[in-house]
Design a protein around this ligand. Structure first.
Ligand code: UTP
Length: 287
């Protein structure tokens, strides 16, 4: 079945970025020259997704405003003859069909996904988390969608992480089927380092069968006292095939300050206008 919808949960509290996230969503924090959620929406659009649902929490109005048309600003840029900026601004409001729904309380990622039930209906759907930005030749979510359409089964995007970091992720134990593809045998959210079944971590990209909604409806809070998507997927793997796929691409963990800085610096270094000067600047200050 074709995957036409993506769900982007953006209702978390963003406590790791306080105080910046006290009155603004972490998804609106700027990575070099645009808010992180714009990278995510662009990934979905570049993968050919038609309908995008963003799950919002409190104080998330700026996300809606960002993707809305901005007549006043567009008129001003037209008046000033600033064609390049104008095109950039118009492009943002033309990025796919974006829908919004509220998660009234941040009860966990599994609960946020459950809020998408009526939007998704009885179709497979993609999920992209704004905490991970992936730079790749083919959009990361497209790699997973293609695998989903081949296997007709839920597929989870994964990469290997340092053993010492496994307690920060959903960890997957799988049976190797080919170079990048594994059949999932077990899943555990944020395990203790000594108890982790592997160092293969879930990296914020999924294509999921709609059966997950029946499961999430009854999933109890798990790690961190939150309703965990990983726990729902573990249950799903007992009744349907679930696969994991080591996607191609460089991933930035922008949900924490170090990854956020890495992405900001690397994207700035690649910029046509500023990259060269910024490179020189960095060389001079790091002596
Ligand atoms: P995180 O675990 O990173 O939570 O959620 P967070 O609250 O955003 O950030 P910290 O840990 O407090 O700094 C992973 C993803 O799930 C979404 C978040 O917005 C993020 O995209 N999420 C999490 C929800 O939409 N709702 C929730 O109840 C929890």
């Amino acid at each position: 079945m074709k995957v036409k919808k993506v769900v982007i949960p953006a209702a978390g509290l963003g406590t790791r970025f306080l105080p910046s996230t006290k009155a603004q969503p972490k998804e609106m924090l700027n990575i070099f020259d645009k808010p992180s959620i714009q990278y995510i929406v662009e990934e979905a659009v570049n993968a050919g997704i038609e309908d995008i649902l963003i799950i919002l929490g409190r104080d998330k109005k700026s996300i809606e405003d960002h993707f809305d048309k901005s007549y006043e600003l567009e008129d001003k840029l037209k008046e000033k003859g600033n064609k390049k900026l104008l095109e950039g601004i118009e492009e943002i409001s033309n990025l796919g069909n974006i829908h919004y729904i509220r998660q009234k309380e941040p009860l966990g990622l599994g609960h946020a996904i459950y809020c998408a039930k009526s939007f998704v209906g009885n179709e497979p759907f993609a999920v992209i988390l704004g905490d991970d930005i992936v730079k790749s030749k083919k959009p990361c979510i497209q790699q997973l969608i293609e695998k989903y359409e081949e296997l007709d089964s839920t597929i989870i995007g994964v990469q290997e992480v340092d053993r010492k970091d496994v307690n920060k992720y959903g960890i997957v134990k799988g049976k190797k089927l080919s170079d990048r593809l594994y059949k999932v045998e077990d899943l555990v959210e944020k395990p203790k380092i000594e108890e982790a079944p592997s160092n293969v971590a879930i990296i914020g990209r999924y294509v999921i069968s709609p059966t997950i909604f029946d499961i999430l409806e009854n999933t109890e809070p798990g790690a961190g006292n939150e309703i965990q998507l990983t726990d729902g997927l573990k249950e799903l793997s007992k009744i349907e095939d679930v696969y994991s796929y080591i996607f191609e691409g460089k991933r930035y963990d922008v949900g924490n300050k170090f990854g956020f800085l890495q992405a900001t610096v690397e994207f700035a270094l690649e910029d046509e206008e500023l990259g060269k000067a910024f490179n020189e600047y960095l060389k001079n200050i790091i002596k």
